[in-house]
Each structure stands twice: as C-alpha cells, then as structure tokens.
Design a protein around this ligand. Structure first.
Ligand SMILES: [Zn+2]
Length: 104
C-alpha cells in the first residue's frame, strides 16, 4: 500500500501529498527534480519514501508540525504541537484519499 500520492496540480509540477496523522491533514511538498521554489530531496519510492530536509508545517493556526520522513516512517520532532511529537509513526494513506487504482 503506497503511502504517498502524487497529484499533478500544474503542468509539469508534481506534488507529493503526504497524509500526516499528527495534524490529520495532508502535507504537500515539491520534489527537487521537478519543481521550482522550495523543494525537497525524495528517493522516488512511493511506499517507503525518504524525504529531506525536514518538513516544517505551520497551520492550522497555532499548530506546528516538524518531521523527518525516512523509509516510510514519520519521525515527528519534539517541537511538534500535536500529540505525536517525538514519536515515530509508519506512513499510511489519508482516509479521505481516493482508492488506489487497481492494475490488472
Ligand atoms: Zn503534520
């Protein structure tokens, strides 16, 4: 089961969409090889992604989320505001995501 969905929002720009169980919302990043602006290194693996540097998300208001993603596992840092701060949590698909396409 893939942990990462790739959604094409603009032509030639692919976002990685990561379901964050701490924030209970999606975090979106742009891999370095495809997008302009702030980007991350991604190992290209959708099931066990490794992403660097760390992901820092602020919002919803007064909520900070700071994490590493290594080998398909969220590593939430101690400065997260949510309940999973300091914990390692395996990545899963977002509950609101569409079903994965089946291949025959
Ligand atoms: Zn988060």
């Amino acid at each position: 089961m893939a942990a990462v969905a790739i959604l094409t929002t603009y032509p030639a720009v692919d976002y990685l969409v990561l379901w964050c169980p701490g924030c209970e919302e999606d975090h979106m990043i742009v891999p370095r090889r495809t997008g302009p602006g702030v980007t991350w290194d991604w190992n290209g693996d959708c099931e066990k992604p490794t992403i660097s540097p760390s992901i820092l998300s602020s919002g919803p208001p007064q909520t900070q989320c700071h994490s590493f993603v290594r080998d398909g596992v969220w590593e939430f840092l101690a400065d997260c505001d949510h309940a999973l701060a300091g914990q390692h949590v395996p990545m899963t698909r977002g509950p609101h995501w569409p079903p994965e396409p089946t291949t025959n």
